[in-house]
Structure formats: structure tokens, C-alpha cells
Design a protein around this ligand. Sequence first.
Ligand code: SF4
Ligand code: MG
Length: 334
Amino acid sequence: GEPVLEIKNLNVDYGLGDQAVRAVRDVNLTLHRGEVLGLAGESGSGKSTLAYGLTRLLAPPGVITGGEVIYHPENAEPYDVLGLDDRGLRKFRWAETAIVFQGAMNSLNPVHKISTQLNDVLEAHEPKMSAHSRTARAREMLKLVGISPDRMDAYPHQLSGGMRQRVMIGMALILQPQVVIMDEPTTALDVVMQRQILGQLIELRERLGFSVIFITHDLSLLVEFSNRIAIMYGGRIVEEAQATALYRDSLHPYSAGLLGSFPALRGARRELTGIPGSPPDLKGMPTGCSFHPRCPKAFDPCAGNIPVLGNPDTPDGSARTVACWLHPVKQPVA
Ligand code: SF4
Ligand code: MG
């Protein structure tokens, strides 16, 4: 499909000068129209930093130190999000690309009714819309995310956690963005509720035609709900593949470790093994392949040389990107 968002050679640091540590390193990733792209990795792998970076929502001391984020609007020329001024950014965020944050269900304003909060978003972004149309759009959005419009005038504390999460998703969709980024949107909910909300989101995507970047540490959820998956470790993408291909045979030992850390929801049962050790400290990134101290398959070149990310030969000929010395690349990623 056509690209809607192209991340090119993106680098994000925390801190400046001697104090700087690199949290996102040379990331290249393309989101295509209508697709669900999953982004997985343990906490500290850089996946949230990537999401905040590409929407320019990084809080200091986070700084983008290089790269481009090319956004393709529906009927206009593509542009680099990193070059937008404040006015352009305000329009880009929410109306073009909306983000649902980690713990978002607790970020509704407790002193305002749901209806007021939905109305405020519309009033701020679409000032020409009539009060009547705003109410109609808010009702429609709530219905779409499975909340009866009767609950419009409830306060957040009068709704369950799952309902508050649905309201947040409705709020993200209310301006009909092309891209929705979800950063661990459902981790505070139980597994059944998580799957229900995600299933509903995928259905909405088919109906409304937006694309999704879905970020989580739970790879089994991604296998079920995404078309394509990118795995991050130590700030880099280490493997990227179609969800089904990744599940069938992951090439990078870290991907295999992550797959072994969560119960599979479908398909053959896997023994839960987890990954020994803990994610690297950004301040003291291991040399060579940053996964080598934890890798069960580490061999000669791993500690001394950073593996190149690129396309290797795959058993089934499927498109695959990986950075691991076990899988020599034929074509490096730019
Ligand atoms: Fe393991 Fe070496 Fe591959 Fe890194 S490059 S994942 S250490 S085998
Ligand atoms: Mg995170």
C-alpha cells in the first residue's frame, strides 16, 4: 500500500553534549495506509520515545537529533513533521495523527462531563462547526466506541476503566485522523477487556479507514491484532516482518525471546521461557550487538561489531528486515 507516515533515520537523545544518551537510533519505519503496525520491545527499548518523537511531544531533556518524519496528507503534498511550526503542529496532532497515551484512561479531566470534554476538542479544532453538529459528532463517536450516548453527561469517575479507555479512543478519533498511535493503551485493563477494546478498534479502522501504530511489550497481542510488527531493542529496530511470518519463524533471538515471554492467544502453545537478564542501560550500551550479553546464540562477531539492519534470505522468501550476525543481509536498510 501507499505510505502515510515515513520515519527516516530518526535519532532521539536524552540530554545534551557529554550527558546525552541516545534513546532512538537510526530508526527507519513506514506506516502504510490502512495498516496496523505493531511496535514491540521491553520497557526502555525506545518505543514510547519513538512515538513521542514523531509527534513532537518529547518532554525535555528529550531532543530529536536527526532524521525526518514524512507525513502524507490525504489530498495534499507530503511534508516533514519535524519542520512544522507551532501552528502546523497543532493541526497535525489530533486532526492528522492522534495519540492515545499509556494510562490515558486516567487523563480525563475529573471535574468535567464526558460531553464537555468531547465538545472542547471539537470547538478548539473545528471552530466553524455548529453546537448542534458538535453534539451530534460526540454522540456518534461514543456510539462507535461502544458507549451509549446516554452516558454523555457522566463524569469520568462514574464510568468503569474500560469505558474511560473507550472514551479516550473516541476522543482520539473525533477529528477523523489518518493515523492513530496507541502507546500501551490497555495495559491497565484485564486481558479480556484489552482484547475486546482492541478488536473493536480494528473494526473501526476498517470502517473509518485510519492506520494504527500500536505499541506494547506484549507481543502476543500484536501477533493477533497487527499486520506488520517491528521489534525494538536498545533504541534500534532489530527485526521487522509480517505478523504471521514473525510468529511462524522469528529470525532475531530477541524476537524469539519476546515471543516466548507471553502466552499465545492462538495457534500452538509455546513454553514460556522469558529472556534472561535485563534491558541495557542507555548510559552503558554494550558494544557490538547490544543484545549480546543476554543472547543465547551470541558468537564471535557479536560483542565487537554492530550488526547491519537489512534484508536477509528468508526460508519462505517473505520480506524481512533483521539486524543479527546469524542472518547476513543482502540489502542494508538505508
Ligand atoms: Fe545474538 Fe549475535 Fe544475533 Fe546479537 S548479533 S542477536 S548477539 S546472535
Ligand atoms: Mg513505554
